[in-house]
Design a protein around this ligand. Structure first.
Ligand code: MLT
Length: 404
């Protein structure tokens, strides 16, 4: 008789954004006359930039001709894209990352979920609290997190690093020593950032204790302040302790197109073993590469026109962030984020729980957001709104919220 991976049974409830979608669908079915505005999941709404559409069309045409047709992509990514990434995202920022240290994939969510596979199940993870749920849930699936306490909403074998208003939503170095440290800056969900000096402390700490930092930089394009690092590889010593995850979803609107990459420097080793080799082995065995068409679209992101068009797109969303932040402040809410990130983090009013506020907002303003507690116990009493809606919907949502 077969057995299942019963670690899956330990997962409480369904994936956060699936739970929200179900609730919203039920609300819409019961209230067909209401127009719901979705500022919940961080999904983009602007169409792909013209330069990307041109690249996609060009690549599709190539696929239709025998002489330019492409079959399986190289499993680590096409050279043209890896070279563009190495130059634009690293060399131009003074960071030493070679093209062959970049692994192209179909997105950062998959990579952030899969990367734990190359580590021993005995490793102890440390996560920010609140946290993007994928980091924790995938470690639960792997059997790395111990038992779940529904009262505290915590796993016995996970080190939680509370990110609260008292610390400007930044984590502090943990008292217990972790093996793997998940960091995401600019942060999802709080929209907070840390300075380069703060990130350097994490890199120094990881090198000292022999931990690996899994650094999710998916929201890097939204950084507007000068002392916020764009990549962990700006920090000295990061090549021996850090893996970086990057996405094309948020900077270039690829949530539906799918493209991302992971950087593993060859200096990152466990004894004599390069983590680079393990991830390469995993890619080779389990993955046939991101499609050629998407990789050509990714290359266009780095063209001069691409940079110009995408800067406008980012500015469009950041204007929404400003509308949300200022609108909420006018309405008397306590708000943070929204300056270096497309997420606004607000304190729920009148001592409501995060889910109470979710229901209240949906019923009274017909606006969907994300309950902070869905990201971890320290998110309780907080709520996240995304700036990825359209400008018109964002303005309308804030008008409704102000009237509540
Ligand atoms: C979110 O809303 O937190 C994001 O959409 C998550 C993701 O990018 O997978």
């Amino acid at each position: 008789m077969f057995k299942i991976n019963d670690n899956y049974l330990k997962l409480p409830g369904s994936y956060l954004f699936s739970t929200i979608a179900k609730k919203v669908n039920a609300f819409e079915a019961a209230n067909p006359d209401k127009t719901v505005i979705r500022l919940g999941i961080g999904d983009v709404t602007q169409p792909l930039a013209p330069v990307i559409i041109d690249a996609l069309h060009g690549a599709v045409d190539e696929m239709g001709k025998a002489e330019t047709f492409h079959g399986y992509a190289p499993d680590l990514g096409y050279e043209f894209l890896r070279t563009a990434i190495a130059k634009n995202d690293y060399a131009d920022r003074g960071c030493e990352i070679a093209a062959d240290e970049i692994f192209v994939s179909d997105g950062a969510k998959c990579d952030s979920g899969n990367i734990q596979e190359i580590f021993s199940v005995d490793n102890k993870i440390a996560v920010c609290d609140p946290v993007y749920p994928v980091y924790v849930d995938t470690n639960v699936m792997a059997g790395r997190t111990g038992t779940y306490d529904p009262k505290t909403e915590m796993w016995s074998d996970v080190i939680y690093m509370p990110c609260t208003a008292e610390t400007d939503f930044a984590p502090e170095l943990p008292k217990e020593t972790p093996d793997l440290i998940y960091l995401c800056f600019p942060n999802n969900p709080t929209g907070a950032t840390i300075t380069k000096a703060q990130l350097q402390e994490w890199v120094d700490y990881a090198n000292k204790v022999g931990a690996v930092i899994i650094y999710d930089a998916a929201y890097e394009a939204y950084i507007s302040e000068a002392d916020v690092p764009h990549t962990i590889f700006e920090c000295e010593g990061a090549r021996t302790c850090a893996i970086e995850l990057k996405s094309f979803s948020k900077n270039a609107g690829f949530t539906g197109t799918r493209l991302g990459y992971t950087v593993i420097p060859k200096d990152l080793k466990c004894g004599d073993v390069m983590l680079h080799s393990l991830w390469a082995r995993r890619h080779g065995t389990k993955y046939n590469g991101a499609p050629y068409i998407q990789q050509r679209a990714g290359e266009a992101v780095y063209s001069p026109e691409g940079k110009e068009q995408l800067a406008k797109q980012v500015a469009y969303y950041m204007n929404n962030a400003k509308v949300i932040k200022e609108g909420l402040q006018e309405a008397g809410y306590t708000v943070s984020g929204g300056v270096n990130a497309p997420y606004i983090w607000l304190k729920t009013p009148d001592g409501m729980t995060s889910w109470e506020f979710f229901d209240y907002l949906l019923a009274n303003a017909n606006v969907v957001g994300t309950p902070g507690s869905g990201f971890g116990p320290s998110g309780e009493g907080y709520f996240r709104l995304t700036a990825f809606g359209t400008y018109e919907n964002t303005v309308a949502a804030l008008e409704r919220i102000k009237k509540m």
